[in-house]
Design a protein around this ligand. Structure first.
Ligand code: BDP
Length: 672
């Protein structure tokens, strides 16, 4: 409701204080103004107060008005959309909601930070997806599964009594890029998450996040009724089980009226689920959805499943979920990883997208770099996510999730440049049409400096970075040839007694004397047939298949002639070399950047680029030396001779637990 009194708010900005350049300010490095512009609004609410506070402290232009508008233009922009317009020197931010006004505020401040002309604005914005969530894989003990930026941000042992100021900073950063939901805990969920004691802590976080427009969600363990509720079963068709969840949902909503809902990993990698009781994923999801529905909550049910079977792992999620199309309730969204296997440096899109027309689907991206060099390597991921959208129309998706790369490190993400992936995830979740390059530029401008001498070369580095990682780790469609357990270094030779074959690299690369790659054509595992006919015609053909996926879909002879005219072996060598060259080049470019960057962030990033460059050599040598035992071919000219021997590299073992920054010293010296 609009208040009738006009509140003219004039707040003077705080004095500029100097602070350590530890990366903690992310992209939100606005200069504080000494005398603030007039910020006018009739609305007095926590969210609008935040917007007014930001503008009063940081907006350098003239008067700004914030207004709620329910006319048809604003109505068509939805509950979070907004307009920004300037007339006679006054900038007007309008939206049907207060949240929209906060988003408009951050948009305006972003334009200012990037040096845009803000004197004549006429902007309309509407997010592509209603639900834009981060998935934290944080455990109750403070560790983070696949987290490389320290411990969990959530200090459960202190909550609810101590509320760290970082919670509000986290929420502010998310709001500034349009993220509107956060799943607080690991998909491998502890049942204790739903204990009454814990829910009070969750409420404390929800209260901090609410004014920033962020809803809280929880990952739940499907067996919670047994483990927490003392029931004999978690069978979704058992009345007592359904009742337990209903009562639990009521308890949650009493504490957190705008609670978002549940994320569920069921019958996957040892997690309990409805299939334990011979029920389907749909029956399990719907039972939870029924408990949440009266409160407006949703269930995000993950399709990341693969059962031990002889069938190609890349086919399994589709085989299990596609037959369930149309059986899910309307407050269930099936959450599908972008590719059919598991967040590899490059995968084709998962064939489930497009195959379940009567089911709401959402995509799950991984922002944390589990398979892309952790927080040691720069891999700017916007191009990877855009690649996904080149196959899948955003309009066919209900929501988008990103597995967070955030921990309690002072710079949030471990690698200062990895903040760009958090940023890009949010920007693309709001608008998948944005160009990766534009996002990189605006992030660099806000996070470091708008000086072109810095922004231009570093934009190039960022834009090349993911492709470089693909080149030196797994070019041409290779995948999952990581070392056992930590997914950091190469181990294409890995063998573990008793391990599932589809957890081992040989399953995926299929190297033999004839060639390399997994035959997923109609003559092989036939995974290709899960795609629409038009795509099958391309992926199934050795001639037509894009080379970036060739070893994903084909077992290719070593001497096969590639588009470049080289043999497969030579092309493979060339790609690994290109990756190594790029990684070395990144370190060199960064050296030139020292005049533009504060010394703290300069040296932190330098250190990481050095690791990346030496890791790239490690990857190249390990993979090429190993694959050469099959191809029996020589390195072509232009490709560096190996620095390390296979024998040396087979001895490299990284500590799996709690390492944050494995360095080049872990590699053997050339004489070892
Ligand atoms: C894999 C991770 C594992 C996760 C799993 C998942 O290695 O730690 O639990 O995905 O997404 O990528 O459930």
């Amino acid at each position: 409701m609009l208040k009738s009194v006009l509140l003219a708010l004039l707040i003077c900005g705080a004095a500029v204080t100097s602070r350590a350049e530890d990366g903690s300010r992310l992209w939100l490095r606005y200069d504080t103004v000494s005398s603030s512009a007039k910020i006018e609004t009739r609305i007095d609410s926590p969210t609008v107060r935040l917007a007014v506070g930001e503008l009063s402290s940081f907006w350098k232009g003239g008067k700004v008005e914030l207004q709620l508008m329910a006319d048809s233009r604003h109505y068509s922009l939805g509950n979070e959309g907004y307009t920004i317009s300037t007339r006679n020197g006054v900038t007007t931010l309008s939206s049907v909601s207060e949240k929209g006004l906060l988003y408009a505020t951050y948009h305006l401040l972003r334009l200012q930070s990037c040096g845009a002309d803000c004197s004549n604005l006429d902007i309309s914005e509407k997010p592509a997806f209603d639900i834009r969530v981060l998935n934290h894989w944080d455990n109750p003990d403070g560790t983070i599964e696949r987290g490389y930026a320290g411990q969990s941000l959530w200090k459960w042992e202190e909550l609810p009594a101590v509320v760290s100021p970082r919670y509000a900073e986290y929420a502010r950063a998310n709001a500034s890029i349009g993220i509107n939901g956060t799943v607080l805990n690991n998909v491998n969920a502890s049942p204790d998450v739903l204990s009454s004691d814990n829910l009070i802590k969750v409420k404390a976080l929800a209260d901090v996040f609410r004014p920033y427009g962020i809803k809280v969600y929880l990952s739940v363990n499907f067996a919670s009724p047994i483990k927490l509720g003392g029931l004999a079963t978690a069978d979704p068709l058992d009345g007592k089980v359904a009742e337990w969840w209903k009562v639990k949902a009521d308890e949650i909503y009493t504490l957190i009226p705008d609670f978002g809902g549940f994320l569920v990993k069921a019958n996957s990698e040892g997690q309990p689920g409805p299939c334990d009781y011979h029920r389907t994923h749909a029956e399990g999801a719907n039972m939870l959805a029924a408990a949440l529905k009266p409160h407006g909550g949703i269930v995000m049910w993950r399709a990341f499943v693969y059962s031990p079977s002889d069938d190609d792992r890349a086919k399994q999620a589709y085989l299990e979920f596609r037959p369930l199309d149309g059986q899910f309730m309307d407050n269930v969204i099936v959450q599908v990883k972008n590719g059919p296997i598991d967040f590899q440096p490059r995968e084709p899109y998962s064939p489930l997208f497009g195959a379940m027309p009567h089911t709401q689907l959402m995509v799950e991206f991984q922002v944390t770099q589990e398979y892309l060099g952790h927080s040691n390597h720069l891999a700017y991921l916007a191009p990877m996510w855009k690649e996904f959208y080149s196959y899948i129309a955003p309009a066919d998706l209900k929501a988008v999730a990103g597995v967070a790369n955030i921990g309690d490190n002072i710079n949030w993400c471990g690698h200062d440049l990895a903040q760009s992936n958090w940023y890009a995830f949010g920007r693309l979740a709001w608008n998948p049409e944005l160009a990766s390059r534009d996002i990189a530029e605006e992030w660099l401008e806000q996070t470091f400096t708008a000086d072109k001498e810095f922004v231009s070369p570093m934009t190039e580095v960022m834009m090349e970075s993911r492709e470089a990682v693909v080149d030196y780790m797994m070019p041409l469609g290779l995948h999952h040839i990581f070392a056992w357990g930590h997914h950091y270094g190469p181990e294409p030779w890995c063998e573990i007694d008793g391990a599932r074959p589809d957890w081992l690299p040989k399953y995926y690369h299929q190297a033999d004397a004839d060639g390399l790659g997994f035959d997923r054509t109609e003559n092989g595992s036939d995974a290709v047939s899960q795609y629409p006919d038009s795509i099958v015609a391309v992926f199934n053909s050795l001639e037509k298949c894009p080379e970036e996926f060739i070893l994903w879909f084909h077992h290719v002879p070593w001497k096969h002639k590639m588009a470049s005219g080289r043999t497969l072996w030579d092309e493979l060598c060339f790609r690994y070399q290109r990756g190594v060259d790029s990684a070395k080049h990144f370190a060199e470019v960064w050296e030139e950047m020292s005049p533009y960057v504060d010394s703290e962030r300069y040296s932190a990033v330098s250190h990481r680029f050095d690791i990346q460059a030496s890791d790239a050599v490690w990857w190249k040598d390990a993979c090429l030396e190993y694959f050469r035992t099959f191809s029996r071919m020589k390195y072509p000219s232009g490709v560096d001779k190996p620095v390390f021997s296979l024998k040396q590299l087979k001895k490299v073992k990284l500590p799996i637990d709690n390492y944050t920054c494995p360095s080049a010293d872990m590699l053997p010296s050339a004489n070892d």
